[in-house]
Design a protein around this ligand. Structure first.
Ligand SMILES: Cc1cc2nc3c(=O)[nH]c(=O)nc-3n(C[C@H](O)[C@H](O)[C@H](O)COP(=O)(O)O)c2cc1C
Length: 174
């Protein structure tokens, strides 16, 4: 049985492309992948490790952004299911030039869920190499997960994913 599941939202764009790159890099025999809207939350207990990913869309109207985000619906569906003590790695897509004050805010939003569930966050990522002014996804000068910018730095995505997947593989085992 696979020990890790990668859940992402939304399908059909940069998030899904990144999710599939992470899936391939991780090794398709070890990882299951699904979009979060079609994933049965009752299956969460089957897994030891999780990778959650999403894009930041419309932080200026953050409440609306949250409402239309299927992650939100997933968090409600998963309210009574425990992932306490399990490990979770996050990745987030954003655009640091157009949204420098809200770069990859979604990482912070996803982390709220991890904290609330008593799960263990892994896969923190350095802020070096990005230019932005503020982000809900940064704590103690580290992103709380992998930040990817397909709009401004697409050429860096493959090597970022490669390095991060090595890191989380080790952290999942440790
Ligand atoms: C309406 C809109 C609002 C956005 N708001 C933000 C934002 O607040 N912060 C950020 O970092 N990126 C923001 N972005 C950039 C997206 O997160 C980025 O383009 C991402 O790669 C899109 O992923 P997708 O193709 O899977 O939707 C926004 C993009 C759009 C279209």
């Amino acid at each position: 049985m696979k020990k890790t599941v990668l859940l992402y939202w939304a399908p059909g764009g940069n998030v899904e492309i990144a999710a599939r790159q992470i899936y391939r890099e991780f090794g398709t025999n070890e990882l299951e992948i699904a979009d979060v809207a079609s994933f049965d939350v009752n299956r969460l207990s089957e897994f030891e490790n999780f990778i959650f990913g999403g894009a930041t869309i419309g932080a200026d109207v953050w409440t609306d952004a949250k409402r239309s985000n299927r992650w939100n619906e997933f968090f409600v569906r998963a309210a009574n299911i425990s992932i306490a003590g399990k490990k979770v790695a996050l990745f987030g897509l954003g655009d640091q030039v157009l949204y420098p004050d809200h770069f990859v805010d979604t990482l912070g939003y996803l982390k709220e869920f991890v904290d609330k569930k008593g799960a263990q966050l892994v896969g923190k990522w350095p802020v070096e190499g990005y230019e932005f002014t503020d982000s809900e996804g940064v704590e103690n000068n580290m992103f709380v997960g992998l930040a990817l910018d397909e709009d401004q730095q697409p050429e860096l995505t493959p090597s970022r994913i490669e390095t991060w997947v090595k890191q989380i593989r080790a952290e999942f085992k440790g």
